[in-house]
Ligand binder design. Structure first.
Ligand code: IPM
Ligand code: MG
Length: 370
């Protein structure tokens, strides 16, 4: 018997808790039916932590995150906290987790489930079979660069500053993750920056090229400017396999890619740190969608992105590929059977609540493993 894996659950705000409830039930099911046990603990992050403790994440919760084998997060933020001090806004809790756990590689798959190809805003033939992996740098760039701040100038104007900054090692480590992933997929990497206007973009392109030549020459590498990439994603998204880009461009391009798939409610993500001597990586998993405060608490949320984030955890952190396959197959089958939450429902499908969707997926897992 090996010790149970420890998972820190951070449901957060908005639809986070109701989506996370489906993960808890699924993890329980796995413990009972598949003898895969997890030690889970829940804690606060985001607005709920501001309400309870005055900060978006406490040192105690950070310590738990450091100790856990993996962290699963729901979503943070909402209009309720729009007026709180910028330094302690809900999103700052998420940014601290990423930064302090050194989760520099953010994997955001955008794939189209066959049953949902018509839910895309693009024509079916453009998105059918789409399977892109966006690798977003997550702990550097303009999100964290110094100097930053808002100052008042002598003439009374105000001036806001953020700094886009990358070092060689920051570029190499995230590009290496992208090349490694490409080798297991379509063997193609698009590296995306704005080298036509930004020095940091020039460095990005030069260093990705250098690393490629030294260690990954077997992988196809293409360079693309970020604005062109945004355009190509809606023009011909199937030209992409793996896209590697900085923190800010990755934030935007991953939302765009997610929308191509028909619903933001479908997409999971993984944020990974460097591997230690034992090969273990710090890791945080979260849906790409946000907290959706407008529909929170009504049973309308789509729990699939949250459940697929848990499946990614099983695969990448715990080497439980067959349990991850089971979950992913169950999700695809349930969608094929026409069971849909409101965000992806159509006139000829059956509209169900968050809890009913979770139950349908567990029932299908039961049937598949029965
Ligand atoms: C994301 C989100 C976050 C980001 C926000 C909530 C800080 O948009 O994970 O993409 O900008 O990174
Ligand atoms: Mg975003």
């Amino acid at each position: 018997m090996t010790a149970n894996k420890s998972i820190l659950l951070l449901p957060g705000d908005g639809i986070g808790p109701e989506a996370m409830a489906e993960v808890v039930k699924t993890a329980d099911w796995m413990g009972q039916q598949r003898a895969v046990g997890f030690d889970t603990e829940e804690a606060l992050v985001g607005g709920c932590s501001i309400d309870a403790a005055g900060v978006p994440i406490t040192d105690a919760v950070m310590a738990k995150a450091m100790d856990a084998d993996a962290v699963l997060l729901g979503a943070v933020g909402g209009p309720k906290w729009d007026a709180v001090d910028f330094a302690i806004r809900p999103e700052a809790g998420l940014l601290r987790l990423r930064k302090d756990l050194e989760l520099f590689a953010n994997l955001r798959p955008a794939m189209v489930f066959p049953a949902l190809a018509d839910a895309s805003s693009l024509k079916r033939e453009l998105v059918e079979g789409l399977d892109i992996m966006i690798v977003r740098e997550l702990t550097g760039g303009v999100y964290f660069g110094e100097p930053r701040g808002i100052e008042t100038l002598p003439d009374g104007q105000r001036r806001g500053v953020n700094t886009q900054v990358y070092t060689t090692s920051e570029i190499h480590r995230v590009a290496a993750v992208a090349f490694d992933l490409a080798r297991k997929r379509g063997n193609l990497v698009h590296s995306v920056e704005k080298m036509n206007v930004m020095e940091s973009g020039r460095l990005w392109r030069e260093e990705v090229t250098k690393l490629h030549g030294e260690q990954f020459a077997d992988v196809d590498l293409q360079h693309m400017l970020a604005d062109n990439c945004a355009m190509q994603l809606v023009r011909n998204p199937k030209q992409f396999d793996v896209i590697v880009t900085d923190n800010l461009f990755g934030d935007m391009l991953s939302d765009e890619a997610a929308m191509l798939t028909g619903s933001l409610g479908m997409l999971p993500s993984a944020s990974l740190g460097a591997a230690d001597e034992t090969g273990r990586r710090r890791a945080l998993y979260e849906p790409v969608h946000g907290s959706a405060p407008d529909i929170a608490g009504q049973g309308l949320a789509n729990p699939i992105a949250m459940l697929l984030s848990f499946a990614m955890m099983l695969r990448y952190s715990f080497d439980l590929g067959s349990e991850a396959d089971l979950m992913e197959t169950a999700v695809a089958n349930v969608l094929n059977a026409g069971i849909r939450t409101a965000d992806i429902a159509t006139s000829d499908t059956k509209k169900v609540s968050t809890g009913e969707m979770g139950q349908a997926i567990r029932d299908e897992m039961e049937r598949l493993s029965g």
